[in-house]
Design a protein around this ligand. Structure first.
Ligand code: 13P
Ligand code: SF4
Length: 334
């Protein structure tokens, strides 16, 4: 029998724990039992597999997930999302045990902004207020003045006095969109999301022609040319709410395909078409998000590993700009 020390060694090598599971186990039921037994909650992002969304206590966008993580009374937070999201939960609620089913679940946007390079970039732009999109590491957050998400970015930018210069990192596409929304000029870090940059403008235009009644809705991480032809732009929660409130019955959706599960659940009579990517496999999946599986969620909760741990000095520094973001969001009813 494998000891817990051996399991820990394996997690640090692989990033996750795999144990042989009885194939007759009802994982949905087992996970529900473990949640009660351990006083644990599962927070899941919309880009997770449908099965994982179905065992979650809360499903949301990055802002909603951070707000839930901050206020939960549960002892354990199992974060079904990517590393920066679990890190944010730990920063906000350090007394809780934060679990991430697969520690390798990263983010191309976060990876595009290494701390040493960002520090040099900041030095080249002294006297700038640093606004960082939440899709970045704790080290980048610790170097920032305010964090934002796709649902509050314009409010965060508008909170900075107009005579102040701004660095916006790491997503240049969101940065460009917010510049247009706010009329503010900003120095942009050159990062992007591999999933939202893959959509093909040409294929979307053809799809729109074939579905003239469909609304085209897009996440602001998409490229400017794609956003220019969108009928509605919003965070994942914003997109989901829009599909519920709009009179349209057909939608072409330019964001990670996992969200279609909640859209179809909320509006079963409406049709949702994933926007086509620029490649031959018709796949808009985020390879990082999809590293989490229902099996890994079960094992992670059962053995309470992998656990997300963080250096306290970085956590404390990263907390300040996140709290500023939460205050601005609250002031705007978000
Ligand atoms: P939101 O869910 O906050 O809109 O972010 C989308 C995303 O890409 C998360 O990685
Ligand atoms: Fe990062 Fe893009 Fe995946 Fe979101 S969808 S986790 S931004 S790579």
């Amino acid at each position: 029998m494998e000891t817990s020390v051996e399991k820990i060694k394996r997690v640090s090598l692989q990033g996750y724990l795999d144990v042989d599971l009885d194939p007759t186990l009802d994982l949905f039921e087992e996970i529900e039992n473990l949640k009660k037994e351990k006083n644990a909650i599962i927070l899941a992002h919309y880009y997770q597999d449908a099965d994982i969304q179905d065992v979650a206590d809360y499903i949301g966008d990055s802002l909603g997930l951070a707000q839930q993580a901050e206020k939960t009374q549960a002892e354990i937070i199992l974060f079904a999302g990517v590393h920066f999201m679990a890190e944010t939960a730990k920063i906000l609620n350090p007394g809780k045990k934060v679990l991430l089913p697969d520690l390798r679940a990263g983010c191309s946007l976060s990876d595009s902004c290494p701390p040493e390079k960002f520090s040099a970039f900041k030095d080249q732009h002294p006297d700038h207020v640093v606004i960082s999109y939440i899709n970045c590491s704790a080290e980048i957050k610790a170097m920032s003045d305010i964090i934002c998400t796709s649902s509050n970015a314009a409010h965060v930018v508008n909170s900075v006095p107009r005579d102040k210069k701004i660095i916006f990192a790491p997503d240049k596409n969101l940065g460009l969109y917010v510049m247009e929304q706010t009329g503010r000029d900003m120095v942009l870090w050159d990062g992007s999301c591999m999933v939202h940059e893959i959509f093909s403008l040409q294929k979307i235009q053809k799809l729109k022609e074939r579905h003239p009644a469909a609304e085209f809705i897009a996440h602001p991480e998409c490229e400017t040319a794609v956003l220019e032809i969108a009928d509605f732009i919003g965070s994942t929660t914003g997109l989901l709410k829009h599909t519920q409130n709009s009179p349209a019955t057909e939608f072409i959706v330019a964001t990670e395909a996992g969200i279609l599960h909640q859209m179809a659940k909320a509006s079963p009579k409406k049709t949702f078409i994933p926007a086509p990517p620029n490649n031959s496999c018709a796949c808009n999946d985020c390879p990082h998000m999809k590293l989490n599986t229902l099996e890994k969620v079960y094992i992670c909760l059962k053995y309470e590993m992998p656990e997300l741990l963080m250096e306290e000095a970085t956590r404390k520094k990263a907390l300040i700009p996140i709290q500023r973001m939460l205050e601005i969001s609250k002031a705007h009813g978000l």
